[in-house]
Design a protein around this ligand. Structure first.
Ligand code: NAD
Length: 133
């Protein structure tokens, strides 16, 4: 099984990825923009792990998302990618709109197109979850 994790270098996402690699044998495709909140050092133990594929990129990048979905064909997606440091939104709200609203919408649209390409059995088994509140 392949899972696409977005924001998988952040606080919750990285811990989910580390836990998942301990308890499951599937492949983790980890897409993270590596903003100030993303730290690859948290995932250092997975550097040589062939079942952890890290891609630096933005959930707002529809072409990249479509390519990754087509190439890796995940059965589940967990979205942890977000601007979460709310105090920063006072100085600069733009990244919050770009990622939390437009990026999430873009991710949903790319996943919807991918889901529509699946067989009915694959569609039934496919799962999407987002921690965005
Ligand atoms: N931390 C908590 O206590 C908590 C509780 C409930 C829900 N949540 C939700 O869980 C999610 C993750 O929270 P967290 O604490 O791990 O956040 P975090 O700020 O630690 O991590 C967010 C990650 O998303 C990445 N990212 C940001 N913009 C991106 C983009 N455009 N494309 C790809 N990656 C991008 C960052 O580089 C970072 O690695 C958020 O939606 C948050 O609201 C968090």
């Amino acid at each position: 099984m392949t899972i696409l994790v977005t924001g998988g270098a952040g606080f919750i996402g990285a811990n989910f990825v580390l836990h998942q690699r301990q308890v499951k044998d599937g492949i983790i495709l980890n897409l993270d923009k590596l903003t100030y909140a993303g730290h690859l050092s948290t995932l250092a133990s997975l550097t040589e792990d062939p079942k952890h594929i890290f891609v630096q990129g933005d959930i707002g990048d529809r072409i990249l998302l479509s390519q990754l979905l087509e190439q890796h064909r995940p059965q589940a997606i967990l979205n942890f990618a977000a601007e979460t440091h709310v105090d920063r939104s006072i100085e600069g709200p733009d990244p919050f709109i770009q990622t939390n609203i437009l990026g999430t919408f873009n991710l949903l649209e790319a996943v919807r197109a991918y889901w529509q390409s699946l067989s009915s059995l694959e569609q039934d088994q496919f799962r999407f979850a987002s921690l965005n509140r």
